[in-house]
Design a protein around this ligand. Structure first.
Ligand code: DAO
Ligand code: DAO
Length: 283
């Protein structure tokens, strides 16, 4: 396991005391007279984990800082969780030994075009050792600034054999397994078509048949969609394994919902890109 001491940033609105994210907007909004230069430095620092301010901050593994323009809390390995701001659901900063939280967001769904419901909050985790390995093998010559928006890097993250987890926390209290199945057929079905062509009904069915009618997923339930080594997608509800399907196409299609071209939550994807780029260059 590698050491893990740089900050991750999460775009969250300023909150009193309870959030653990580092936000450019939070810093910018709370600037007071005379602190503009320092705020500029902080904004630069948030994009550059090697900045002296943050070097100082992390030399002692602090998870919270008192800076001239206010207090911010940073999500490093010592802080425990990051809050998804619209729902207040919180996600642990890491799962297992090396899977780190890189983005949080919200999945909404429009009902009959009439109203939008908040379906679940989600956290995107990736294995830091696997990400570094990919960078070492293919992107070692690219500077950090170029890896951030590099399309082939993002494609590789979704297609290479990298352990990742999407953790869902159910917000909408009236989800039936039937509606999960049909939403899934639509969202994931579209991606399977996009990446794999037309004939994917069997694959879709092999996954949706894991969702048994008797399962209950009330508000606050946690579902983990984990990509295990060898492109095996495994599902756990409240930590209980309910099944796995081995398919690179299915894994890619699921990840595409969260970090692909048309993600459920754009902020979550932006945070993911910032954080995975920092992760790539942390030693
Ligand atoms: O018809 O009651 C309803 C609303 C259903 C909305 C379903 C959205 C399901 C999204 C997938 C959830 C995966 C856990
Ligand atoms: O939000 O459209 C979507 C797709 C989300 C993937 C949901 C997978 C849910 C698997 C677990 C269901 C267990 C009953």
């Amino acid at each position: 396991m590698v050491s893990f001491r740089f900050p991750f940033s999460f775009s969250q609105p300023p909150r009193a005391t309870s959030f653990s994210g580092f936000s450019v907007s939070a810093v910018a909004v709370s600037v007071t007279v005379g602190a503009a230069a320092a705020a500029g430095a902080a904004i630069a620092a948030s994009r550059n984990p090697r900045h002296p301010i943050l070097e100082w901050a992390f030399s002692s593994h602090r998870s919270s800082l008192l800076l001239p323009w206010g207090s911010i809390t940073l999500a490093d390995s010592t802080s425990e969780s990051v809050v998804e701001p619209k729902t207040g659901f919180s996600f642990p900063a890491s799962i297992g030994d090396s899977r780190r939280l890189l983005g949080v967001g919200l999945r909404k769904k429009s009902l009959l075009g009439l109203k939008n419901i908040d379906v679940y909050a989600f956290g995107v985790y990736a294995d830091c050792d696997d990400v570094k390995k990919l960078v070492g093998e293919k992107y070692a010559n690219l500077p950090a600034s170029e890896i951030r928006g590099n399309k082939s890097f993002l494609d590789d993250l979704m297609q290479a054999d990298i352990k990742m987890t999407i953790r869902l926390q159910i917000v909408y209290g009236k989800l039936s397994i039937r509606s999960v199945r049909s939403a899934f057929q639509e969202s994931v079905g579209n991606r399977l078509k996009k990446f794999g062509g037309l004939d994917n009904d069997q694959l879709l069915l092999s996954f949706t048949s894991l969702f048994k009618d008797e399962y209950k997923i009330p508000r606050n339930s946690t579902i983990d969609l984990t990509k295990e080594p060898g492109h095996v997608l495994s599902v756990a509800i409240e930590g209980d394994h309910v099944g796995s399907v081995k398919s690179q196409l299915l894994c890619r299609s699921i990840l595409d919902l969260y970090i692909g071209e048309e993600p459920f939550d754009k902020n979550a994807k932006e945070d993911f890109l910032d954080n995975v780029a920092s992760l790539a260059f942390d030693n």
